[in-house]
Design a protein around this ligand. Structure first.
Ligand code: FAD
Length: 456
């Protein structure tokens, strides 16, 4: 029989358990029909960088399947039963989706398929969200114990890439989704082959320095694999398995790197148990937090979004967001803290902006990354953590390499002033703004507001 393989966030052929399940279901005489459905409910709210990246991943997947990938648009609960009828497929195979919308959609598809099973094999995570629980049977709320349980459980070995897959033929292929105008934004190469190349380069050249270099945004110290992990062109299992082989003398770097991949699993797990935290504070008490709105807040928000707050590391971060649809992790924390704690703007507004502009925009990692910084999330000691943007810049970008790369107005400022150009004798250089707010004052305002909520 024909087995239908419905690709979603798993746009690869290596280490793909659902592909193996489809091959097995098709059996000796059968074929696998590879399908991608462009679902308007996911496509429309995606920003242009993610749409373009997805389009390029699909182009690569089409090539790797020898042109067999069938692309359709519409509601999967209608498209898939139609394809099943057209091909007589006996089963539909997927990698399980743990997302808020994905779970509902899959349940609807399952109902619409009637007697044809929707078979879930594997998921985009090391440990499928919802599987790990505390000893008392409740979900984890804090990262470290989750990470301990995750490591104790261990992760499956990568799945073999099947040799020759017999792909089903004969259906109209359908067009790739439309190319997007990105202005000047430059995206990383997309698709499985680019993802595996990026991983191999990081593994061989940079992984061993990761424990120290991951925090310096002016160097190329991290893997830059987040968009690949988001679209599943590479599975994290492949990364753990190969990284662990290098552990030996470099256990620290490997441990740190795997620990970051565990954060990804952790946030997906938190969102699985508490889907409302995509929109609401994880800590219910924090619903009472006061944020600024109105014309002044709108002006502040625009200054933040456009990278003209007068705080160099913040502006560099937001300009990196527009330049590469990506921001270094350390700087994501700094710019998020600045929006919430210096400008007193609701984290959800910043999260939305990130989500629209990031090529790796992922609901679980993004919303919970923001909540962690905003003090509404899973960080157990959050409210007094207010990042000082000047000191963060001095500590993590000591020679100003990152700032100079993204803020050309500051290119010629000496190192000692590059994170506080307002201290230069003539003030900030031509074209670069004075700080929009005074950090020391706003820090006090933020702490007072947190105190109000905590006291309540
Ligand atoms: P590396 O340092 O090489 O890490 C390897 C992988 O581990 C990453 O690709 C990512 O999949 C995972 N990872 C690393 N750090 C984290 C983390 N803190 N939380 C969850 N997973 C992590 N990550 C996203 O993938 N999508 C988002 O939308 C997103 N939004 C964020 C928003 C804020 C406010 C913050 C503070 C963090 C956010 N992150 C998000 C997490 C992190 O910043 C990025 O995953 C990381 O910068 C990606 O770069 P990299 O691939 O070089 O990471």
């Amino acid at each position: 029989p024909t087995a239908l393989l419905w690709f979603r966030r798993d746009l690869r052929l290596s280490d793909h358990p659902a592909l193996l399940a489809a091959v097995e279901a098709a059996g000796d005489g059968g074929a696998v029909l590879p399908v991608f459905v462009v679902d308007p409910r996911l496509w429309e709210p995606s920003g242009r960088p993610r749409r373009q990246f997805l389009r390029e991943c699909l182009a690569d997947l089409r090539e790797q399947t020898g042109g067999a990938l069938v692309i359709r648009s519409g509601d999967p609960a209608r498209v898939l039963p139609d394809l099943v009828r057209e091909t007589g497929a006996g089963s539909v195979h997927v990698s399980a989706d743990a997302g808020v919308y994905g779970r509902e959609r899959d349940a609807a598809v399952e109902r619409a398929l009637g007697g044809v099973p929707l078979v879930r094999t594997g998921s985009p995570y090391g440990v499928t969200p919802g599987r790990l629980l505390k000893d008392d049977g409740t979900p984890f709320r804090v990262y470290s114990p989750f990470a301990r349980a995750w490591r104790a459980r261990g992760v499956h070995a990568p799945a073999e890439r099947p040799g020759d897959v017999r792909w089903a033929e004969g259906l109209p292929a359908g067009d790739l989704p439309p190319a997007q105008d990105l202005g000047g934004t430059v995206l990383p190469p997309a698709g499985e082959r680019a993802g595996l190349d990026a991983w191999a380069q990081f593994r061989d050249q940079r992984l061993l320095g990761y424990a120290t270099s991951r925090n310096t945004p002016g160097t190329d110290g991290t893997s830059r694999l987040s968009a690949h992990l988001k679209y599943g062109t590479v599975h994290p299992r492949t990364l753990y398995a190969e990284a662990e082989q290098l552990a030996g003398d470099h256990a620290d770097a490997v441990d740190k790197f795997v620990g970051e991949l565990v954060w990804r699993d952790f946030y997906a797990d938190v969102l699985w148990h508490r889907p409302e935290t995509a929109r609401e504070p994880f800590t219910p008490q924090m619903r009472a937090m006061r944020y600024d709105t109105g014309p002044e807040a709108d002006e502040h928000f625009a200054a933040w979004a456009e990278g003209r707050t007068g705080y160099p590391i913040v502006d560099a971060g937001m300009r990196q967001l527009h330049g590469e649809a990506y921001v270094h992790n350390r700087v994501r924390m700094i710019v998020a803290s600045f929006l919430v704690k210096d400008l007193h703007i609701d984290w959800r507004r910043g999260a939305r902006y990130f989500f629209d502009h990031l090529v790796d925009g992922d609901l679980a990692s993004n919303q919970h990354g923001w909540q962690w910084v905003a003090g509404t999330g899973t960080d157990p000691s959050p409210y007094y953590r207010v990042f000082n943007p000047t000191r963060q810049g001095q500590q993590f970008d000591p020679d100003g390499a990152y700032v100079r790369r993204w803020v050309p107005e500051l290119r010629d400022v000496p190192d000692r002033s590059v994170h506080e150009p307002w201290t230069l004798p003539g003030g900030p250089p031509e074209g670069y703004p004075a700080p929009v707010v005074d950090h020391a004052e706003e820090r006090q305002v933020a702490l007072a507001r947190y105190q109000e909520v905590r006291g309540a």
